[in-house]
Design a protein around this ligand. Structure first.
Ligand code: FAD
Length: 477
């Protein structure tokens, strides 16, 4: 007989998206079960993070100290040999006032370690995490999703019934189709990635030694990500017509491609490929650029890669995964608490609209960035255009690729939420101080956005604790 478990929210997948949404819902005292099919640590690609994740969402999750203690390399920005300029060019997150001070850095992470820290943190916040539980389908009743079916490592089947199901199971999701509509694959981004790991690769000089290095060449472009003093993640993103080249011996193909790209060949001239353990395999990923037609239906929400992913360049994946986790958590928390301000449709439409808007900013910018005949000035101009920012072109670019162009305080100034939540500031004082701080930030950054103005007529805004939606003008969560 199938065991039945009742909860408020069941989250499928324990990657950054699943850990984020489950922690932020459990922090509000709701019951959350998270089902993860693997036993952690497990391998995942997506190692270069943005400040919006590290300094924004991770602070809301209460996991910053553990990340600091893990000793991940500090990423201050990116270095690109890309476009018409034959010389490498570098940007630093710190040039934008939005990422002033400590918020101007991110990390390069081994995802086995990063994802485990986030999952452990979810457990510490009361999430009932069940590893080696593979979700096989959703349970539907009366047109609503009311739970999922899963099987554990011993073959025991369970049904987890919940008011809401979050699909955060990534690109291999088995249940995303149950939301309705199709996963639409990009006509533009049809690239293939081939990647492996090396020890002993060169480093750029300080202070940019932790930067991601991206180098374009004839067949595509390379990423070069320092994961520790010794270990480097090296991957090549190829045009779709290069598929034949990687069909046979992957190691030969990767080494041949490295030889075709003088800068990467030089950085790896004294390096050795890792050939054993989780980093020993040379992996291929393709068909990774897609967007689901719908992101939610009653009882079911898609977040992270389960809903969409664009392309590895500029490392937007974990940012979109964690930010969508926050957006979904706001809708779930508000729906579970109950509110007269908005019905379920309004709450989840707000989630979907904002997630699509962030996706679209990166998508439209990245399409222009793949025009390798342009120079960096035109890329900066394009960033200003897609974000509609009043800031300078270069700052608009840095704000976008740092994950801060939406002007969400949770992404660029998470500390102010924490002060408010810890009860150090009462509602009225907070509202006044917040408005003053906003004006200062807008003056410094040239931003015209205001988080307290809805992004569509009749829309909702983040509550003062950042973890719910409310009507504009409300001071309390
Ligand atoms: P995932 O990290 O995929 O986590 C999903 C989890 O769900 C997994 O643990 C999986 O085991 C579990 N799961 C799957 N099916 C089930 C099931 N049926 N039942 C239970 N659990 C299940 N992003 C960056 O930010 N920086 C980068 O540098 C970067 N580089 C990339 C390079 C390449 C080539 C590609 C393809 C992507 C890259 N990304 C990068 C994107 C990044 O990998 C993803 O965006 C990110 O991992 C998404 O997080 P997630 O939590 O949504 O999904």
């Amino acid at each position: 007989m199938t065991e039945i478990i009742e909860t408020d929210v069941v989250v499928v997948g324990g990657g950054p998206c699943g850990s984020t949404v489950s922690t932020l819902v459990a922090q509000q005292g709701h019951r959350v079960v998270l089902l993860e099919k693997e036993r952690f640590p497990r391998y995942q690609i997506g190692e270069s993070l943005l400040p919006s994740t590290v300094q924004g969402i991770c602070r809301l999750l209460g996991v910053s100290d553990k990340l600091d203690a893990a000793g991940f390399p500090l990423k201050r920005g990116g270095t690109f040999r890309w476009g018409a300029n034959p010389e490498p060019w570098t940007f630093a997150f710190g040039i934008s006032p939005k990422f002033a001070g400590t918020a101007s850095t991110a990390y390069q992470v081994e995802r086995m370690k990063f994802d485990q820290i986030l999952l452990e943190n979810a457990k510490e916040h009361g999430v009932d995490v069940r590893e080696e539980h593979a979700v096989t389908d959703v349970v539907e009743e009366g047109g609503r999703v009311v739970g999922v079916k899963c099987t554990d490592a011993d073959g025991v089947r369970r049904e987890i019934r919940a008011r809401y199901v979050v699909d955060a199971s990534g690109n291999t999701s088995r249940i995303h189709t149950r939301v309705g509509g199709k996963r639409q694959y990009s006509e533009f981004f049809r690239n293939i990635a081939l990647f492996g790991y090396f020890t002993g690769g060169k480093r750029m000089p300080a202070p940019v030694s932790g930067n991601i290095l991206a180098v374009a060449f004839e067949s595509g472009w390379f990423w070069y990500i320092p994961l520790s003093d010794e270990l480097t993640s090296v991957g090549v993103v190829l045009h779709p017509d290069a598929l034949e080249r990687i069909r046979g011996d992957r190691e030969r193909a990767l080494l041949d491609l490295i030889a075709e790209c003088p800068m990467i060949a030089d950085y790896l001239s004294d390096a050795e490929r890792v050939t054993s353990g989780p980093y020993g395999e040379i992996r291929v990923r393709k068909d990774y650029s897609y967007i689901q037609e719908k992101f939610w239906r009653p009882g079911l929400v898609l977040a992270g890669d389960a809903a969409c992913f664009i392309d590895p360049v500029f490392s937007s994946g974990v940012h979109l995964a964690t930010y969508s986790g926050l957006l979904a958590a706001r809708s779930l928390n508000t729906a579970l608490r109950g509110t007269d301000d908005a019905d379920e449709t309004a709450l989840f439409e707000e989630f979907e609209l904002r997630y699509r808007q962030e996706y679209a900013r990166f998508h439209d910018f990245l399409v222009a960035f793949y025009d390798k005949h342009s120079d960096e000035q035109s890329y900066f101009w394009k960033a200003k255009k897609v974000t509609g920012s009043a800031a300078s072109e270069v700052q608009s670019f840095v704000d976008l690729v740092g994950g801060g162009s939406s002007d969400e305080r949770a992404l660029v100034d998470a500390g102010s939420y924490l002060d408010r939540r810890d009860g150090e500031i009462d509602d009225m004082i907070w509202a006044v101080a917040e408005a003053g701080a906003r004006i200062q930030v807008q003056a410094a950054t040239g931003s015209t956005e205001d988080e307290q103005v809805p992004i569509r007529a009749g829309g909702l805004v983040p509550s003062t604790d950042g973890l719910h939606w409310s009507l504009p003008g409300r001071t309390a969560a």
